[in-house]
Ligand binder design. Structure first.
Ligand SMILES: Cc1cc2nc3c(=O)[nH]c(=O)nc-3n(C[C@H](O)[C@H](O)[C@H](O)COP(=O)(O)O)c2cc1C
Length: 188
């Protein structure tokens, strides 16, 4: 049977002001440019969506389940489900992930408990990858490990992490190693 066409969801989680392209998105766009022509791509900025999303509430041991989300959160769920490949485009913040990404991942816990959604089984058919930038590769490791463990939970296939040396806007463009790796990261 022919494989379903691939659809990449790029979730950009930098909190830079709108219109300011961050290092991490720049690096992710280098990687995306190497995808075969016509590969479906959806790019979503998580930070501007935050005000429209309800806060995550842990109902695991009270209601025990969640209703199907509505509005912007439902759109985010639909984008997640529609992707064969999810790429978290995330700078390192305090050796960890930015708050908008954390909020999104917390909602995964709710989506696991929406009756009839089969979120876990559906996610287990997808590949998760991480594109990250920060000042120091070694100190990015806890964040990379944390994202990889999220993939293993389902388990989703782990497509690895692409890291570049960031800082002020455009800094990552000087990281030749990251640019080289970007050329094959999504197609290896
Ligand atoms: C709130 C905050 C926390 C940060 N924490 C770290 C850190 O722990 N380690 C590090 O090397 N860089 C840290 N940085 C720097 C960013 O990771 C770096 O500038 C990154 O390239 C920004 O990505 P962007 O340009 O895509 O927004 C932090 C930046 C911010 C704004």
């Amino acid at each position: 049977m022919a494989e379903a066409p691939r659809h990449f969801l790029f979730l950009v989680t930098s909190t830079r002001e709108p219109g300011h392209l961050g290092n991490t998105e720049w690096l992710a766009r280098q990687a995306a440019a190497a995808l075969p022509a016509g590969t479906a791509q959806t790019w979503l900025q998580l930070a501007p969506l935050q005000p429209q999303l309800p806060p995550f509430v842990d109902q695991r041991h009270t209601a025990g389940q969640y209703p199907m989300p509505e509005g912007a959160l439902k759109a985010l769920l639909d984008a997640t489900l529609a992707a064969t490949d999810i790429v978290l485009v995330s700078p390192v913040y305090w050796f960890s992930i930015p708050a908008p990404l954390k909020a999104y991942l917390d909602h995964w816990s709710a989506w696991l408990r929406v009756p009839g959604l089969s979120f876990k089984e559906t996610m287990a058919q997808k590949t998760l990858r991480l594109v990250a930038t920060s000042g120091d590769r070694a100190k990015a490791q806890p964040m990379i490990d944390s994202v990889k463990l999220c993939a293993e939970f389902f388990p989703m296939a782990w497509g690895g992490a692409l890291w570049g040396k960031g800082g002020p806007p455009d800094a990552v463009q000087a990281d030749a190693g990251a640019r080289d790796q970007a050329a094959t990261f999504l197609i290896a």
